[in-house]
Write a protein that binds this ligand. Structure first.
Ligand code: NDP
Length: 409
């Protein structure tokens, strides 16, 4: 029988919800392109419930315990004394979400001698040292596509929020003002601007499609070029390098995975090549941007705004400069964890577990690492190596306000 350790974010400060704003969520059976949404044999939750926090348990307890497995669910994930660090030692499977990542560094993988499977409840397995996972012969899987559209909606929202100066204008209302000039002195139309995505995978392409009706000029760069039909349909300009793209774009959105090729990509040198007053939106991974270079660029006016929901490490320390830098429109890492997305990735985790326990193959599109090498979606989008360095700093968040232990067993 297996021991499964599942690391989820904390419940709301007001307690686990008893009611929800909406009665249902739309039923989606296929993603653009035809891939089916997760197909587990059954689920033990109501779509639209909060599943990603500790009490939601991704809806897995009944299923796992009915088969005799042990499930430990905790939010306490960072530092040597964390519940995760202790429970990991004899765990067979670890489940974690990118929003509140259980960093599986090489040291932790070495300690977890029985660990065979790491599941990302979401997309983006950079919180796992993929190199160490390959060397150990572990399987790493994620729920490809489960929240790609969710993120693309967030990207469009953030682009508009920055360009139109939404958040500072809203603040004037809250402050009981009517300061129109203060609001509009940094407010523009998106129409006619050059907008480019770094990576045109599932999210990047969905962003391009959603922006097309805004009458903008669309650009992209990627390791593989999109089919000609899509380039024509969306009137896209392809750039062979990120540098070529940023030179001409007023708005740049980053939609590539974090791996050794993309870590630190947006540093002082690349940001200096952007148009002065460009906007940068990063919902991919915090580490793709150099933290301090972004702050410097906002202060100097090289960037007119920066928005995103991804930080490094996560949770971001309370003194992380992106919390207080000017012209930002940041959120915590939420874009891929809407209630709609949670229903899909909880079902996807269940599907992966059903396959694992029944000895059936996991869908190829869910695989990142298997059999000692990058596999499936991982072989297409990632490069070998490790992007977890520095993750131990996440423990600093906890030291200022230690959350009560809400581990569920
Ligand atoms: P996809 O795998 O569909 O797309 C990723 C794309 O990035 C692929 O087209 C890939 O190219 C491209 N790419 C990889 N490396 C580079 C590079 N060095 N330069 C340019 N392009 C590159 O994934 P998604 O679109 O679904 O997700 C993308 C990322 O977004 C995830 O990896 C994750 O980090 C992040 N994400 C964030 C979420 C959030 O809540 N904020 C939720 C979900 C994802 P190719 O395959 O052609 O080689």
């Amino acid at each position: 029988m297996a021991k499964i350790v599942c690391v989820l974010y904390e419940d709301p400060v007001t307690g686990y919800p008893r009611t929800y704003a909406r009665g249902d969520i739309p039923q989606i059976e296929r993603y653009p392109g035809g891939q089916t949404t997760p197909t587990p044999k059954s689920i033990d939750f109501r779509p639209g419930q909060l599943l990603g926090s500790v009490s939601g348990e991704l809806g897995l307890r009944k299923f796992l315990e009915s088969q005799g497995h042990t499930l430990v669910v905790t939010a306490d994930k960072d530092g040597a004394n964390s519940v995760f660090e202790k429970e990991l030692v004899d765990a067979n499977i670890v489940i974690s979400q990118p929003f509140w990542p259980a960093y599986l560094t090489a040291e932790r993988i070495a300690k977890a001698r029985k660990l065979q499977l790491a599941i990302t409840a979401g997309i983006g397995s950079d919180h796992v040292d993929l190199q160490a996972a390959m060397e150990r012969g572990m399987t790493v899987a994620e729920v490809t596509y489960c929240n790609s559209i969710s993120v693309s909606e967030h990207v469009v929202m953030m682009i508009l929020a920055l360009v139109r100066n939404y958040l500072p204008s809203h603040q004037w209302v809250v402050d009981r003002g009517w300061n129109i000039a203060d609001c509009v002195a940094r407010s523009y139309d998106l129409e006619g601007m050059n907008v480019g995505t770094v990576a045109a995978g599932r999210i990047g392409t969905a962003v391009l499609r959603r922006l097309k009706p805004f009458d903008v000029k669309l650009h992209y760069t990627d390791r593989h070029r999109l089919p000609e039909a899509i380039e024509k349909e969306l009137d896209l300009t392809f750039h062979p390098t990120t540098e070529s793209l940023v030179r001409v774009c007023d708005v740049v959105t980053i939609n590539a995975p974090l791996h050794p090729e993309t870590e630190g990509l947006f540093n002082d040198a690349l940001i200096a090549k952007m148009k002065r007053g460009a906007y940068l939106v990063n919902t991919a991974r915090g580490k793709i941007c150099d933290r301090d270079a972004v702050v410097r660029a906002l202060k100097s006016g090289q960037l007119a705004g920066y928005a995103g929901d991804v930080w490094f490490p996560q949770p971001a320390p309370r003194d992380h400069p992106w919390r207080t830098m000017p012209f930002e429109a940041m959120t915590p890492h939420i874009s891929g964890s809407s209630l709609s997305a949670q229903a899909r990735y909880a079902a996807g985790v269940r599907e992966i577990l059903e396959c694992w326990f029944e000895g059936k193959p996991i869908r190829d599109e869910y695989l990142i690492v298997q059999g000692g090498k990058l596999a499936g979606a991982g072989a297409h989008s990632y490069s070998a190596g490790d992007a977890t360095r520095g993750s131990e700093e996440a423990a600093r968040f906890k030291t200022t306000t230690r959350a009560p232990d809400t581990t569920h067993r």
